[in-house]
Design a protein around this ligand. Structure first.
Ligand SMILES: Nc1ncnc2c1ncn2[C@@H]1O[C@H](COP(=O)(O)OP(=O)(O)OP(=O)(O)O)[C@@H](O)[C@H]1O
Length: 267
């Protein structure tokens, strides 16, 4: 399997203080990679660098073997899209118009979104279950509905690589599972490469092929969910004690308390 994205020796900081240091990772084509770690550890920053929304102080990201810095925005948008953690303030446009924006990278400047393009918009609305709300303004949606509208836009972009930052935050449990199942379907049927920051570690273990744990701007552990889910992982990365169970081959953890030694030092 070839690499869809490769980051080498990334460093980032807003001030002289480092937020990310010497971080390298590869994302294979068709893989579902989960990024986990405590609050403020640098997960969103890493994702933003992979999407070229943040420029590394040093190091580089390659998309399909090409330095991201040298690719056009349009080329990148045809290959990859990112659904950010907190969407910008709601716009007064309809859900359908938002989703149509997902087609822009695939249109010539003079082309309008119609015909086959509109079929893709219909498909994106359908798979995200937003058909009934498509004529509603974004201003008149709940947080979860708005989240799904942005996901529909990302789907309409028909990316090969989807980057998501805690996409389930505003969703109730049924919509969380629907979203994860939808992404699984796209991942398995269409080979969509997925990189996802997730706080729910049990969901991460259930869906991701591989996990990387980030702490203080560096990768501290990496492996399949079964390799990663050990009491020492929860203690060292999150500062908690946990028991691990097996649910038909999927590891599941149950927290039992704050680790005495790690207490207060997880962040
Ligand atoms: N605009 C900014 N200016 C200065 N520092 C920032 C800025 N944005 C983020 N940071 C800091 O960078 C660090 C990493 O933030 P980042 O959002 O990448 O963490 P995260 O692991 O995604 O956190 P969370 O799980 O809370 O979403 C944090 O310490 C945060 O306070």
């Amino acid at each position: 399997m070839s690499e869809a994205l490769a980051a080498s020796r990334l460093a980032f900081g807003y001030t002289t203080e480092s937020i990310v240091q010497d971080l390298s990772l590869d994302v294979r084509e068709g893989e579902w990679l989960g990024i986990v770690g405590p609050n403020g550890s640098g997960k969103s920053t890493v994702l933003r660098m992979l999407a070229r929304l943040a420029s590394p102080r040093s190091g580089e990201v390659q998309l399909d073997g090409h330095n991201l810095k040298r690719l056009s925005t349009k080329h990148i948008a045809q290959r990859m899209t990112m659904l950010a953690q907190v969407q910008e303030a709601a716009l007064d446009i309809t859900v359908r118009d938002l989703v149509r924006r997902g087609r822009h990278p695939h249109l010539k400047w003079y082309e309008e979104c119609r015909g086959e393009q509109e079929d893709i918009v219909d498909w994106a609305l359908q798979v995200t279950k937003m058909e009934l709300l498509q004529h509603r303004s974004l201003l008149m949606l709940s947080g979860g509905e708005r989240q799904r509208a942005w996901l529909a836009m990302a789907m309409a972009q028909t990316p090969k690589i989807l980057l998501l930052d805690e996409p389930t935050t505003y969703l109730d449990i049924a919509h969380q599972l629907e979203l994860m199942e939808l992404i699984r379907q796209l991942n398995q049927d269409q080979g969509l490469t997925v990189v996802m920051v997730l706080h729910d570690l049990n969901q991460a273990a259930r869906y991701c092929d591989r996990l990387i744990a980030v702490k203080q701007g560096a990768i501290v552990q990496e492996g399949t969910p079964s390799e990663i889910f050990q009491p020492s992982f929860f203690r060292e990365v999150f500062g908690i004690e946990a028991r691990i169970f097996d649910d038909n081959g999927v590891p599941v953890y149950m927290p039992s308390g704050i680790s005495p030694l790690e207490s207060g030092s997880a962040h």
